[in-house]
Each structure stands twice: as C-alpha cells, then as structure tokens.
Design a protein around this ligand. Structure first.
Ligand code: ACO
Length: 322
C-alpha cells in the first residue's frame, strides 16, 4: 500500500501584529471580552501590498526546504484559500510560477476554514492511487481584506497567514484516512454576501465582508467536530488513547477545548495557536502543525488528528501518522 507522508512543513505570518488593545481603539470591544470568549490575544495583518500568494510562497519555501526539495520537484500544487489574489488566475498558478515550477497541475480549493483538510484529502487520493509522488499543499489567507473593521462581532476573530506541507509517496505509514463533509443549508450563518457573480458592483462594506451568526455557528461546530472525531477513529479502529496530538482548526479556544475534552486530550496534547494567530481559516492547521513540528513537540511516528469546521458549512478531518 502507498501512503502520503508529510515530509516538510512551513509557515509564514505577516510582520504586523494587531493586539486586542489595538482593536479597542477601532470598535467597542475589550481585551478581556476577546480573551474570555475566544482565547485570542493578537493576530497578524498583511501589509498593504502583501497578498495571499506572498504569504503562500514563504510558507511553501520553508516546507520544500525541510523536505529537501525545490519547487520544480513537485507534481501537483494545491492552494486552499478563500482570499485569492485575483478572481483568476488561481493563486496556485501564481505560486507555481514563483516557485519555478512549470507544467505541474495547480489549482485552488475553496472550503473556507476546512480548505486545508479538503486539499490534503484531494492530494492524498492522487498519491494513494499512484498518480503523483510529490505534492505541495498550502493553506493561505489574507482575511483582513474581507473583514468588516466596523463589526465587533467578526473583526476581532480573524488574522492573516499561510502554512504548507509537502507530501511524498511512501510505503511507510502516513495519512491513514481523510474525511470531508459539507451541508450547504447553513449558507447564511457564515458568509460573505457578495462575490464576482452576486452583487458584483456593491459598495456596501457589510456585503463585501464576512458576516457570521457566531453563537449559532459555535453550537453546530462543537457538535459536528465531536462527531467527526468519532467517525475518524472508528474508520481506523482506533481509540482516543491512540492519539498523540490534536491539531485543530483555530477558530476559538473554547471550541478547541471542547473537542480536546471529548477526546480526553490535555493541553499538552493539543496544539494551540489561536492566542497568537486568531482564526486564519485554511492556514490555521498547517501553521499550527508547522509550529509544533519545528519546536519538537510533534515527533516522527506519532498519531495526529487534524480537524476543521467552517463556512458552508464544511467540515473534515485527517488522521496522520507523522
Ligand atoms: N466585544 C464585546 N462584545 C461583543 C463582541 C466584541 N468583540 N462581539 C460580540 N459582543 C457581544 C454581543 O453583541 C452580545 O451582546 P448582547 O448579549 O448584548 O447581544 C454578547 O457579546 C454575546 O455575543 P455572542 O455572539 O453570544 O457571544 P459568544 O459567546 O457566542 O462568542 C464568538 C462569540 C466568539 C463569535 C463565538 O460564538 C464563536 O467563536 N463562534 C464560532 C466561530 C467559528 O467557529 N466559526 C467557524 C470558522 S470561521 C470560517 O469558516 C471563516
């Protein structure tokens, strides 16, 4: 059997730090409210000229370096993003050119906060069936561009960043399974009301930026993440005790802790970056993974559960032998 192994990880955060105190000056909020309800202390914001592809490029170069590869060596490039540089060409093709790769297929994938797990799942299918041996999977976002800086319900929650992994075909165990789902009935609980085809000419800021019924999203997220954790373990005939690490999407510390508790995983087995990064959507899992791999917490041979929930709704998981 052929597995996809993660052989490189990378991450990049823009230099500019925006703290909760900075946000107190923009909207009617407080550091205390944000910390208590979300666990967020600060987030990074891309510079005016800095795009999603710029962040993706830096994260990708790090991941390739760890894998001992160059851009030209990968056979498929996937970028999960909700905030592409342009409507087209895809950010994946822009990235491909920056990385000096020609000819490999490259495409973007949109599943909002579940985007990275979706992309990992797609990449895994191509590797398992023998089509490609080396795949670059990136999650990259400049959510600050679709944030309504007048809306305290949302603007305190999000940040910019990018994470990347390089997958390689191997006979050694790697990705054990991926599970992806969607339910489009929840469209309006979490969305950007306008797009290139709907209300394309709107000047209304509220229509061009993220809108969320946070409390309702919260409840569905907690329930759904608990279910997908069970689905993933059952599919692999594994128990909670077999997990070494939870590497969750970083939307809210309370959601992360609820999932960890359900899995009987302590803080020392849960990778948490939401305090420093806030919610970076598709970038949050690869950023968290990269941090824990580089600081030595995650070790080769350990079993990781990656999980995410986001707009759509979409949700998904991956069980990975690192
Ligand atoms: N500062 C101060 N007060 C605030 C703020 C703020 N920034 N934002 C909201 N409030 C107020 C509200 O107005 C409300 O006041 P009211 O009671 O007078 O009406 C009160 O705080 C409570 O608001 P809730 O929305 O009930 O607060 P809650 O505890 O649910 O926390 C939060 C809100 C943090 C958004 C939470 O619901 C959440 O994390 N939801 C899930 C987010 C998520 O997982 N999204 C999916 C991924 S994102 C993606 O896919 C792009």
């Amino acid at each position: 059997r052929i597995y996809s192994r993660i052989v490189g990880t990378g991450g990049y955060l823009p230099e500019k730090v925006m703290t909760n105190i900075d946000l107190e000056k923009i909207v009617d909020t407080s550091d205390e409210w944000i910390r208590e309800r979300t666990g967020i202390e600060e987030r990074r914001i891309a510079a005016e000229q800095e795009t999603t592809c710029d962040l993706a490029e830096k994260a990708s170069l790090q991941a390739l370096e760890m894998a001992g590869l160059e851009g030209k060596d990968v056979e498929l490039i996937l970028v999960a993003t909700t905030t592409p540089d342009k409507i087209f060409p895809s950010t994946a093709t822009l990235l491909q050119h920056r990385l000096g790769n020609r000819g490999a297929p490259a495409f973007d994938l949109q599943a909002v906060c579940t985007g990275f797990v979706y992309a990992l799942s797609v990449a895994d299918q191509y590797i398992k069936n023998g089509m490609y041996k080396r795949v670059l999977v990136v999650g990259a976002e400049t959510l600050s561009r679709i944030t309504n800086w007048n809306d305290r319900n949302t603007c305190v929650l999000f940040g910019d960043g990018a994470g990347a992994v390089v997958l390689e075909a191997s006979t050694e165990t790697g990705i054990l399974s991926t599970h992806i789902h969607a339910d489009g009935q929840y469209e309006e609980l979490l969305h950007v009301p306008s797009g290139p085809s709907k209300l394309p000419q709107t000047d209304d800021v509220a229509e061009k930026t993220m809108s969320m019924k946070g409390n309702e999203v919260f409840k569905v997220a907690v329930n759904t993440l608990s279910k997908i954790a069970t689905e993933t373990l059952d599919a692999n005939q594994m128990q909670k005790e077999d997990l070494d690490w939870l590497v969750p999407h970083q939307a809210n510390l309370r959601i992360i802790k609820a999932t960890a508790k359900k899995l009987k995983l302590g803080d020392d087995q849960t990778v948490i970056t939401v305090n420093k990064h806030a919610n970076t959507s598709s970038a949050s899992i690869p950023l968290a993974l990269n941090e824990a791999v580089r600081d030595g917490r995650i070790q080769k041979g350990q079993t990781l559960l990656l999980e995410a929930f986001g707009g759509g709704f979409t949700w998904g998981s991956a069980l990975v032998k690192f």
